[in-house]
Write a protein that binds this ligand. Structure first.
Ligand SMILES: NC(=O)c1ccc[n+]([C@@H]2O[C@H](COP(=O)([O-])OP(=O)(O)OC[C@H]3O[C@@H](n4cnc5c(N)ncnc54)[C@H](O)[C@@H]3O)[C@@H](O)[C@H]2O)c1
Length: 328
């Protein structure tokens, strides 16, 4: 089975590829895996070091907007798993153009090339942020899309294009929408790695607004397991939410990270709230659980403890990234 993974040198894509080529996923056996990744600030070939020698693995540095390259890579491909994106909300508020180009036009380029090449299945990895914000209850997949940030709007645009290629051209597309991921190899601009690395270095952490925004935390291993289930057994043209089941306010998350690193609230600096900050995200996972047997397996307590330990152990990985990104 020939699998093309876009954005496979990023946080979630690299977890998917490492697992695909080590323990493997049922229904995706014996994969030949090509990663197409532009290696932006967020892409890091070192994330793939553990599998770089596995036969059948190839990393191609390139842009999902490069149509001749994409056409070439699509030839003979059975499955595309599309992670590549500009992914950081704060960056999309500072400047949205790259988000529209990569997330919308880039996804359309891939969908069109996949359709032309007769690719068997295209899994589009999306986010719960496309639904907007919800005060109570949880979103099902039929919820209308009401994105609030330029990031989530660009992801919603790509979701709708994926749907359109399924409806118009009959491309076998499956869309997944997941909640907030955490785990190893996450770029240290995102809240958990930023807070952990600041706290273990004796620095302060910035807490947005009143800190009462709620997020549902999903371990990256569980997310990738959900993607693999959707890729192998999901119904074409369908959307599957993937959640972790641990809803926390940012204050509660901060409290846990302070405890895990032996710091206290004097290490927290309140900062002006993010513009348009969504109050709460919450996805229902009834559909993927009932149809595909998905259930998150990593308890948040142990997952978070392991992640804190990983960042303690892998200063060699994150320190150069923070320095280069001006986050040190
Ligand atoms: N991190 C989360 O909590 C989360 C939650 C929901 C959905 N998602 C979605 O999951 C996917 C992966 O997220 P992530 O956190 O791993 O992101 P990431 O920023 O860590 O990785 C993105 C990867 O895409 C690559 N890339 C960017 N532009 C490219 C281009 N034009 N051509 C080729 N490669 C390009 C980058 O180099 C990087 O390796 C994204 O589509 C994101 O929207 C992430």
């Amino acid at each position: 089975m020939k699998i093309l993974v876009t954005g496979g040198a990023g946080f979630i894509g690299s977890e998917f590829v490492r697992n695909l080529l080590s323990e493997g996923y049922r229904g995706l056996e014996s994969p030949g895996v090509t990663v197409l990744d532009k290696l932006t600030y967020a892409g890091n070939p070192r994330n793939l070091d553990p599998v770089s020698d596995v036969p059948g693995f190839e990393l191609v540095q390139g842009d999902i907007l490069d149509r001749p390259l994409v056409d070439d890579l699509m030839r003979g491909t059975d499955l595309v798993v599309h992670f590549a994106a500009e992914s950081h909300v704060d960056r999309s508020i500072a400047g949205a153009a790259d988000f529209v180009v990569t997330n919308v036009v880039g996804t359309q380029t891939l969908l069109d090339a996949a359709h032309q090449a007769g690719v068997g299945r295209f899994v589009h990895v999306s986010t719960d942020e496309v639904y907007g914000s919800i005060d109570s209850g949880s979103w099902s997949e039929s919820q209308p899309l009401e994105p609030n940030s330029p990031y989530s709007a660009s992801k919603a645009g790509s979701d709708l294009l994926a749907r359109a290629y399924a409806r118009t051209h009959g491309l076998d597309v499956v869309i997944t929408r997941c909640s907030n991921n955490y785990g190893p190899y996450q770029f240290p601009e995102k809240v958990i790695p930023l807070f952990v690395t600041n706290l273990i270095d004796g620095k302060n952490v910035p807490l947005y607004g009143d800190g009462l925004n709620v997020r549902d935390w999903l371990h990256v291993e569980d997310h990738c397991r959900g993607i693999a289930l959707a890729a192998a057994g999901g119904r074409g043209g369908e959307v599957y939410n993937i959640g972790g089941g641990t809803e926390l306010t940012n204050r509660e998350l901060t409290e846990r990270l302070l405890a895990a690193t032996g710091r206290d609230w004097s290490a927290v600096t309140p900062v002006t709230d993010r513009k348009g900050h969504d109050r709460r995200y919450s996805v229902s996972i009834a559909k993927i659980s009932e149809e595909l047997g998905y259930a998150p397996q990593v308890p948040f307590e142990t997952g978070l403890a392991d992640v804190v330990q990983w960042y303690r152990d892998r200063r060699d990985w994150w320190e150069p990234l923070k320095e280069k990104a001006g986050l040190a």
